[in-house]
Design a protein around this ligand. Sequence first.
Ligand code: ASP
Length: 329
Amino acid sequence: MFSCQTPAEKNPAAPDRPEYALAIHGGAGTILKSDMTPEQDAEYRAALDSALTIGEHILLNGGTALDAATQTVVWLENCPLFNAGKGAVFTHEGRNELDAAIMDGNTQKAGAVGGVTTVKNPILLARAVMEKSPHVFLTGAGAEQFALENGLDTAGPEWFFTQKRWESLQKALEKEKEQAPQGMAPANPDHKFGTVGCVALDRNGNLAAATSTGGMTNKRWNRIGDTPVIGAGTYASNEACAVSCTGHGEYFIRYAVAYDVFARMTYGGLSLQAAADQIVLKKLVEKGGEGGLIAVDKTGHIAMPFNSEGMYRGYARPGERKTMIYGTE
Ligand code: ASP
């Protein structure tokens, strides 16, 4: 189990916080150094670094946390290495069903979509739901209709397809046949989660969180995970923090993990790090929920605890930038 604590640099204009702070994740799970070639390791780090550059550029130029989180996640969705957008995992039936959510800590407005199959960048659809609809959460065909009405780019199955994810599904189906002919074997038997997420604090002290995922390999029955459930996989409030989660979604929903970080800070008076660690390293472990989260608080502290072997992750603040994969770094 791993906890990552980083002190914040001071912002002369607002001494309580840095100019900006940004954190990203590309999923948690059984990510072991011994399973990675040096080339793969370098490829993931380069991708995380490029994603940080997208968000940092926006924040450095005075852009909003909301735009930084949105555009960083768009970049991660378009990167086939991660389980979101292009490169999403496959359902039992061999489809890509995508979930995403965004939350603006300033207004506490939120937008979320579940089970969409034709929208190129689900995070842009989540943002459109937040800004252009009276609702928070749209799913399936209705969400896709809303995407068309709002002129969002669509894509066919060939855009989302990657050989690696297809093979993971075949392996999962094989395992399922061996272990539980009735179809009750758990999805995602290799314990690799791959959601992407970004949390950001901007110059004006506004926070935002964005998360996007293909969910879990071999999911069925229009299963929707924690990612688009506000308070479970995604949450932001300027009062305290912005949070984006990755891991076994059912547990993150049951324990309202993202909101629980906020609640422990706000009602319990805990620091961001203590709140996030309590949930991920203690509560989820006791309950059997594997995964992690990234979070930034209103004063620019960043926490990224996870209880799995690894989590693709990174953060940037003025003068600081780091990308990490394994629990040992
Ligand atoms: N949390 C996501 C879900 O359960 C999966 C992941 O993080 O990879 O849908």
